[in-house]
Write a protein that binds this ligand. Structure first.
Ligand code: NAD
Length: 336
């Protein structure tokens, strides 16, 4: 299938792009490289463009002969979304409308959307099923839910088909150690731990040591990017106009932040400096997916569901390329 991946130079999008190539599809990335990396996209498969440009998206769809879209491009930091909702509504909602309008312009009628656990109310019982109440607590989640609603409205009116994949914590790296997580401004737990391990950061902060969990730190559900990619492949291959489906993508097992720290320390072979600080606004104590619908309806079978395996693939990438893609290509870029 010929597929356009918005955000295809980003962490999850590029992992999906490479997975799709391996599995016989023809993907191209459409990305403004604000956070993504050209070197994450193999071959001549990158179109540099912004979500604000509907014509450029349509041109990318036409020139690739795209039959489907996977829409990963977004801004996705919880604290930034609280400080700057303007950008979050523009990119995540207006940007999604531009993708949908470009698809209509070109007669492309199937869309996979990267949604998030942040669309749910954190008061729901865990693990979260797809029927749990949707009450986002932060602007990032609000804009992602608004984009879901927009897509569903378009699909109903214009005979499109969609699947929302609500990811939990995307993690890990390419098992060959050649590709991994590398953003300009990093806020995700595992890369931050590994940066503290290599001295790129002084230490990693653990937000809250007094949650009602096994060791007082937050519990999250970590899912490897190759397992996420497998979910995308299964979903796109079975998606048709007229369909509207929602799946959680997580392992169904929670790990505390301190357990993840230990798994990373085991992978690295030494202790990692860390400090337990106050809870962060908007964070829930426990967030775990029920992946049962994805397993039973699409036959999803995660292959990297052990947190030690996730930590070890992430470490293999960070150890080989301590400054991410800049270490591979020689480019310099600012990182925080
Ligand atoms: N990483 C996670 O744990 C996680 C969890 C839940 C949901 N998600 C969702 O998955 C998707 C991908 O996340 P990621 O972790 O790969 O993030 P990422 O930042 O690595 O990738 C996002 C990509 O979108 C591009 N982009 C951003 N704004 C753009 C714009 N205006 N025009 C064109 N391109 C633009 C960036 O350059 C980047 O390559 C996002 O939609 C995110 O909300 C991620």
């Amino acid at each position: 299938m010929r597929i356009l991946l918005t955000g295809g130079a980003g962490y999850v999008g590029s992992a999906c792009l490479r997975w799709l190539i391996k599995n016989g599809h023809e993907p191209v990335a459409y990305d403004n490289l604000s956070e993504g990396n050209a070197a994450a996209v193999p071959g001549e498969r990158l179109v540099v463009g912004d979500l604000e440009n509907r014509e450029a998206i349509a041109e990318a769809l036409r020139s690739h002969g795209a039959e489907a879209v996977m829409h990963f491009a977004a801004v996705a930091s919880v604290p930034d979304s609280i400080a700057d909702p303007d950008t979050y509504w523009k990119v995540n909602v207006v940007g999604t409308k531009n993708v949908l309008d470009a698809m209509r312009d070109c007669g492309v009628r199937t869309l996979l959307f990267s949604s998030t656990a942040a669309t749910y109310s954190f008061d729901n019982p865990m693990p979260l099923t797809e029927d749990a109440a949707l009450v986002p607590q932060v602007p990032y989640g609000t804009t992602k839910l608004a984009a879901e609603r927009l897509i569903a409205d378009y699909a109903r009116a214009y005979e499109m088909g969609y699947t929302f994949l609500r990811y939990f914590n995307a993690s890990g790296a390419d098992p060959d150690g050649e590709y991994g997580e590398d953003r300009r401004s990093e806020s995700h737990l595992i890369p931050l731990i590994l940066y503290a391990a290599t001295g790129r950061r002084d230490k990693v902060l653990v937000f809250g040591g007094d949650w009602d969990t096994r060791d007082g730190s937050c519990v999250r559900d970590f899912v490897h990017t190759d397992d996420l990619a497998q979910a995308h492949q299964l979903a796109i291959e079975s998606l048709e106009p007229g369909m509207g489906r929602v799946y959680n993508v997580g392992n169904g097992a929670g790990h505390t932040v301190l357990e993840v720290l230990r798994a990373c320390e085991e992978a690295v072979g030494r202790s990692v400096p860390h400090e337990i600080v106050e809870r962060r606004p908007g964070d829930p104590g426990v967030l775990i997916a029920s992946p049962e619908r994805l397993k039973s309806e699409l036959g999803w079978q995660p292959r990297h569901d052990d947190i030690r395996d996730i930590a070890s693939t992430a470490w293999q990438w960070t150890n080989r390329y301590p400054k991410g893609y800049a270490s591979k290509t020689g480019d310099s870029r600012s990182m925080s």
